[in-house]
Write a protein that binds this ligand. Structure first.
Ligand code: PLP
Length: 366
């Protein structure tokens, strides 16, 4: 490791967030940098609610859904009838595939993008139209518009996009919506929106709503709130769309504990602010380490980045795995990159220690 890299790893950020014990020997193994979770876990207030779990687990969630929907409606200044809770935002994606797709129907989406909706679309017999991202890793909305026709049931826009952590400008999405046929529903996935630093081109469709009855915006508690294991997410949309989406939903699909934990998470705005700051520090630190080694990474607006290790990707991913560090595997659309989620400083120190065991980049055959 270079001097600059070592020095920059000495930084410690964010005292409020619970941290694993210092020292790589005590780190939990494997180190999980493969699913874009919040490595620090949920806030102390949420942990307190989770400790109550044994005493409330015998009851169905009678009021907990309504309480959470009320809080989310207040947070986003919408009506409760516009909030649909899901077992993770994954459930919202699945419900959207069931409601708006099927045999003879098309999903139009970017490539690469988060693959779940495409998989759900195929499972209900729909065709998936993959439109490559632009050279700037934005959704190619012109090309997506050209591919959207009579049989298009759903368009998926993941912003920031997974796995590229890139942004598609809001004004471009709005002009796309104006031109899109009226019959097409658009799902905007904002799983990572908290992590976008103030940015000229980006505004969430929830923070600054766009009045369009065809829009479904989905969010998750799995990322900034640190509740991936609780499996809870939600959609905000017009009540009519909500009725269509929820038609095939389980009645009590989200546990009483998850709903309570999510409510406590919404209440703890300080934690959200601190987690955003921590991620921004961790992201900067990651880029410093990449630069110190003369590797490459795409600009990130999320809690992960696409990194080019300047070595054969499969070999690097295997090497990390053998050393108990898990990252996302190579994807065909971006052969030279792999996706790394930002872990705690200790976890990232171990990631870089293992990376530095690789032969120098100049000696590798690509
Ligand atoms: N949407 C995107 C863009 C994601 O990256 C993920 C998970 O990584 C999800 C949705 C699903 O999240 P969850 O089901 O945990 O809410």
């Amino acid at each position: 490791m270079t001097g600059a890299a070592a020095q920059s790893l000495n930084r410690l950020s964010f005292a409020e967030v619970p941290r694993p014990p210092q020292g790589t020997s005590q780190l939990a193994r494997p180190i999980l940098l493969d699913h874009n979770e919040n490595a620090y876990g949920p806030s102390k207030k949420v942990l307190a609610v989770l400790r109550e779990a044994p005493s409330i687990g015998n009851r169905y969630p009678r009021q907990e859904y309504d309480i959470l929907r009320g809080k989310l409606a207040a947070l986003h200044t919408v009506k409760e009838e516009q909030i649909l809770l899901g077992c993770g935002s994954s459930e919202i994606l699945r419900l959207a595939a069931t409601a708006f797709l099927g045999p003879g129907r098309q999903l139009v989406q970017a490539s690469p993008t988060y693959e779940s909706l495409g998989n759900f679309a195929r499972s209900v017999g729909a065709e998936v139209v993959d439109v490559p991202l632009t050279k700037m890793y934005e959704h190619d909305l012109g090309a997506m518009l050209a591919r959207a026709g009579k049989s298009t049931g759903l368009v998926y826009i993941c912003n920031p996009n997974n796995p590229t952590a890139s942004l598609t400008p809001r004004k471009d999405i709005e002009s796309f919506l104006h031109k899109l046929p009226g019959s097409v529903t658009v799902l905007i996935d904002e799983a990572y929106s908290h992590f976008v630093s103030p940015h000229l081109g980006y505004t969430s469709f929830l923070d600054h709503p766009f009045d369009d009855p065809r829009l479904v915006v989905c969010r998750t508690f799995s990322k900034v709130y640190g509740l991936a294991g609780m499996r809870i997410g939600y959609a905000v949309n017009a009540p009519d769309l909500l009725r269509r989406l929820s038609a095939s939903q389980l009645r009590y699909g989200i546990s009483v504990i998850s709903a309570k934990a999510a409510s406590a998470a919404v209440d703890d705005a300080n934690y959200v602010r601190a987690a955003i700051k921590s991620n921004s520090d961790d992201r900067q630190e990651f880029m410093n380490q990449v630069n110190a080694r003369m590797l490459r990474a795409l600009d990130s607006h999320a809690n992960f980045a696409m990194m080019n290790p300047v070595r054969p990707v499969d070999m690097v991913v295997d090497h990390l795995k053998k050393n108990n560090v898990l990252v996302a595997p190579r994807i065909p659309a971006m052969e030279k990159y792999f996706r790394v989620s930002f872990g705690t400083p200790d976890e990232m120190q171990e990631f870089w220690r293992v990376m530095d065991l690789l032969p120098p980049t100049g000696k590798m055959a690509m």
